[in-house]
Design a protein around this ligand. Structure first.
Ligand code: ADP
Ligand code: MG
Length: 548
């Protein structure tokens, strides 16, 4: 061991140290992610340098070894990466907001060599300082992979100064020893750290060992070529990220570069638990360069798509920025791209295999309907995903609004629906009678939420959605019975009008507003129009109930 030098941190570094240690990161556990990211960067740099100069073999495997000890209150991370020279130590660890990784990127960009570029994580030069959130003393042993380099020991308690000295028996690479603060000793627990590594760094491109056990064994599928991933691999990956045992019924694997670079895999599970009263939490996590940024992100997709599981990785997201910054700009751009892609995905699946999609809809339709009611921006696109039974389908068979629009009668100007609790009721309903007789298709809407869906939509591609019990339906020429010729028992027009007037007066204004003669009915003597809707009625009953 050589002579020890004492250095003061630069003034701005001192000031920033405080900010980083106390307020940049919302959770202390983030330091594990930052150290692993740095180790992975160092390994990536060594790999890159080895590609250019094969004599740079450090003699150790390209891996990351972490050991923790609760008794000793220690967290140690060792990588066999590129290491640091004395100059690099002073520059990169002695100065906050100084990223050796960023300079490295700039350098290889100038050289025009690709490869490492997409894999380097660091760029802000603040990650290392997150160790001060948990450590009262940080010691770094490092030796550069450059031939003939010496080993060094760098050490600080994070208050004002650090020491550097030459050190013997230092392997090429970097070892960081953190003496944990008393209130942070849980980061010396194997179980806890195992969970943190799995959470944030499970897909880092180098093996990670914790107390000699391999931690990250699942591959980051989304980074692979789409055609090289088998359904079995997707199933395994889905089960891992969703913590589930079923199979995904739909899988989407895609990459885009514009307007923002994204690699993503998304899954629709076989089933969901909301019908059992368990609310589904968002299931898509945000990564940047294989490192977790936001687990099960709430902002990545609209809430109605919470049944989707998966991963979104965008290298455009700076890893080290705080959550608030992320919320505002990049996340909202990501959300737009992701939402549009998810919509196209589901629509594509519905066209590819309508029977399978109908199965999906029976189970997941409630989310789609929620989307129509809550997502004003995309409700028109979401509406394409709706499916309903109708007077022309068999029981259990469903059609889309587009199907309806495509096959409706030439002179038909509306999409008709009937809110009805059951198919049988609809079939026997006086409202349905003339639709059946005239072959005008009538959608059957069975669920309470359907009324809100049609109220929110009002139209589909410019065609009004009209209820079968509305006055519009009553006067639609398509739904009129031709006058019965020469039927001796039929009333004359005047007789009919007189009868209507008599009924109106007899029932009185408390019961009916108006009574009219209709040519819409066949077997039924009368129908009620414009009554309050089933959902309204339910609401009124509830209000009366609570008023009592
Ligand atoms: P960033 O990773 O954003 O560059 P950090 O504060 O995490 O910022 O690290 C600062 C710099 O310190 C890195 O850019 C790198 O040059 C150097 N460094 C940190 N950890 C290691 C390591 N394990 N091996 C080699 N260099 C490292
Ligand atoms: Mg870093």
């Amino acid at each position: 061991t050589g002579k020890e030098e004492v250095h003061e941190f630069k003034t701005e570094t001192k000031r920033l140290l405080n900010i980083v240690a106390n307020s940049l990161y919302s959770e202390k556990e983030i330091f594990v992610r930052e150290l692993i990211s740095n180790a992975a960067d160092a390994l990536e740099k060594l790999r890159h340098s080895q590609n250019l100069d094969s004599s740079l073999d450090s003699g150790n495997p390209l891996e990351i070894r972490i050991s923790v000890d609760k008794e000793k209150k220690q967290f140690i991370i060792q990588d066999y990466g590129i290491g640091m020279t004395l100059d690099e130590i002073n520059e990169n660890l002695g100065t906050i907001a100084r990223s050796g990784s960023k300079s490295f990127l700039e350098k290889i960009e100038k050289e025009g060599s690709a490869g490492a570029k997409d894999s380097i994580i660091g760029q802000f030069g603040v990650g290392f300082y997150s160790t001060f959130m948990v450590g009262e003393k940080i010691t770094v042993y490092t030796r550069s992979a450059k031939p003939g380099s010496k080993g060094y020991c760098w050490s600080t308690d994070g208050h004002g100064s650090y020491t550097v000295a030459e050190a013997d028996n230092v392997a090429v690479g970097t070892k960081i020893v953190i003496e944990l603060r008393d209130d942070c000793k849980s980061f010396g627990s194997h179980l806890e750290v195992d969970a943190i590594i799995k959470k944030y760094s499970n897909f880092v491109g180098f093996p990670i060992y914790l107390n000699d056990q391999a931690v990250n064994t699942v591959e980051p599928l989304w980074t692979k070529e789409k055609s090289s991933v088998t359904p079995d691999q997707h199933r395994e990956f889905y089960r891992f990220i969703a913590n589930a045992w079923d199979d995904p019924q739909y899988t989407l694997h895609f990459k885009t570069d514009a307007p923002i670079s994204i690699s993503s895999v998304l899954y629709v599970p076989e089933k969901h638990m909301e019908s059992l009263g368990e609310r589904t939490e968002p299931g898509v996590s945000l990564y940047s360069r294989k490192v977790l940024i936001q687990p099960k992100s709430k902002g990545l997709l609209p809430d109605w798509l919470r049944f989707v599981k998966g991963v979104v990785d965008s290298e455009d997201i700076p890893l080290n920025v705080s959550r608030e910054l992320l919320q505002d700009n990049i996340l909202s751009r990501l959300r737009i791209v992701m939402t549009q892609r998810a919509l196209r995905w589901l629509e594509g699946e519905s066209k590819r295999d309508p029977v399978k999609y109908n199965e999906f809809f029976l189970d997941f339709g409630q989310f789609i309907k929620e989307g129509v009611c809550t997502d004003a921006m995309y409700k028109k696109d979401i509406a394409k995903l709706l499916r309903f039974e109708s007077s022309l389908t068999k029981s259990g068979e469903m059609i889309s609004l587009q199907d309806y629009a495509d096959r409706k009668k030439e002179d038909q100007k509306r999409i008709y629906y009937l809110l009805t609790p059951k198919r049988r009721y609809a079939e026997e309903s006086p409202y349905t009678e003339m639709f059946k007789k005239k072959g005008v298709e009538l959608l059957y809407l069975y669920e309470t939420v359907d009324e809100f869906v049609v109220n929110h939509l009002r139209e589909f591609q410019g065609i009004d959605l009209i209820s079968a019990d509305s006055p519009e339906a009553a006067t639609d020429p398509l739904l009129q019975q031709a006058p019965v010729e020469g039927a001796g028992t039929a009333l004359t027009e005047t007789e009919a009008k007189d009868l209507a007037k008599w009924v109106e007066e007899t029932l009185g204004p408390d019961v009916v507003k108006q009574v009219d003669v209709s040519r819409r009915l066949d077997k039924f003597p009368a129908i009620v129009l414009e009554h309050e809707s089933p959902a309204m009625r339910k609401m009124m009953q509830m209000m009366e109930g609570s008023a009592r």
